[in-house]
Ligand binder design. Structure first.
Ligand SMILES: NC(=O)c1ccc[n+]([C@@H]2O[C@H](COP(=O)([O-])OP(=O)(O)OC[C@H]3O[C@@H](n4cnc5c(N)ncnc54)[C@H](O)[C@@H]3O)[C@@H](O)[C@H]2O)c1
Length: 312
């Protein structure tokens, strides 16, 4: 395999840092662009990567991309919080639409560019109840976050049509693993409460379902997507549906805690059920999810427990 230049925007974040950890073992030259708004420098090996601390919306981002001339771009930098997207729609659109457009425009005439990998989301399907969702399913986002990611995908389809731009947009199901910062994802929040013997919070009746995928499977998929020859959209999921109540049950068993949850009102913008068919990506690559929810949660809990011990 030849040596290439790979730029990862948002590389200091939760998913990006796991992609970097995997690519660090290859011969490729690695570059990160990150404004460190949620990501941290400590998440990546700074002796192995070149880090450009800048905003994806900036002129500096454009200049940096012209300077390094990457062969591959994995674009992860984004505003990822659904609730923030509802409260601050313009802010969300500014980063996820205008920022993404700036990165696409910066890459448009790179002679060496082989692939642009974009992190999209199952949120583009919104409350579409026709499960499992395939890449052809109707997209009806129920949040500005889902909408802004859909616009990013549409720009990619457009520049491919206009300029033959090579891309793979990956619609991730619900990603879990050790978060590098205190985010409001359900598995991190359950872990925190269960460890303290406090009641975990469930919004709604807990029977809503999600397709949970472990972060290491996502990192592998992003790397595989660099080599997908057919531009387009790919679901990245386990194609398994688990209720929030069942997630709490599995975590309670793994942590040997039996605490009743506190049930609060359903949140605006939250979807009811989600399961994504992953056969398109499986057929186009050698990727399959390596983790079940049980093994992924076990790995997550081991990792979080070790981190707490180190921090103590
Ligand atoms: N975590 C999930 O469950 C999930 C699910 C579906 C899709 N995604 C997508 O995957 C990608 C990565 O998500 P994550 O969970 O690692 O989030 P994260 O917040 O941990 O990582 C995002 C990174 O982007 C950086 N960033 C944010 N705004 C920026 C800006 N304007 N300019 C430069 N850098 C900026 C942050 O500092 C951070 O390092 C995002 O595009 C997200 O929408 C995540």
């Amino acid at each position: 395999m030849s040596k290439n230049k790979i730029l990862i925007t948002g590389g200091c974040g939760f998913i990006g840092s796991r992609v970097i950890a995997r690519l660090a073992n290859t011969q490729h030259d690695l570059f990160i662009m990150d404004n460190l708004s949620t990501g941290k420098k400590e998440n990546v090996p700074l002796d192995r990567v070149e880090l450009c601390v800048c905003d994806i919306r900036s002129e500096e981002a454009y200049e940096y991309i012209q300077h390094i001339q990457p062969d591959y771009v994995i674009h992860l930098a984004a505003q990822i919080d659904v609730q923030i997207s509802i409260q601050q729609q313009q802010h969300d659109a500014d980063i996820n639409i205008m920022g993404t457009l700036n990165i696409i425009q910066s890459c448009l005439h790179l002679p060496a560019l082989r692939q642009f990998v974009f992190a999209s989301t199952a949120a583009v399907y919104g409350n579409n109840a026709d499960l499992p969702l395939t890449e052809q399913s109707t997209t009806i986002p129920t949040s500005p976050y889902g909408q802004s990611k859909l616009v990013g995908e549409q720009y990619l389809a457009l520049v491919t049509h206009l300029h033959g731009f090579p891309y793979a947009a990956l619609r991730f199901a619900n990603v879990y693993g050790t978060k590098s910062y205190a985010a409001g994802d359900v598995i991190t929040s359950f872990w925190t409460k269960l460890k303290q013997n406090e009641a975990p919070v469930i919004f709604g009746d807990g029977e809503q379902t999600r397709d949970f995928i472990y972060v290491e499977d996502i990192a592998c998929a992003l790397i595989e997507a660099m080599y997908v020859s057919e531009s387009g959209i790919y679901n990245i999921s386990t194609n398994e549906q688990t209720s929030i109540n069942d997630v709490l049950g599995i975590m309670g068993t793994l942590l040997q805690r039996n605490v009743l949850p506190q049930k609060l009102a359903e949140r605006v913008g939250d979807i009811r059920d989600s399961r994504l068919a992953n056969n398109k990506f499986v057929q186009h690559t050698s990727w399959t999810p390596a983790y079940t929810l049980q093994t992924g949660l076990y790995a997550t809990i081991q990792h979080k427990n070790n981190k707490v011990k180190v921090e103590n």
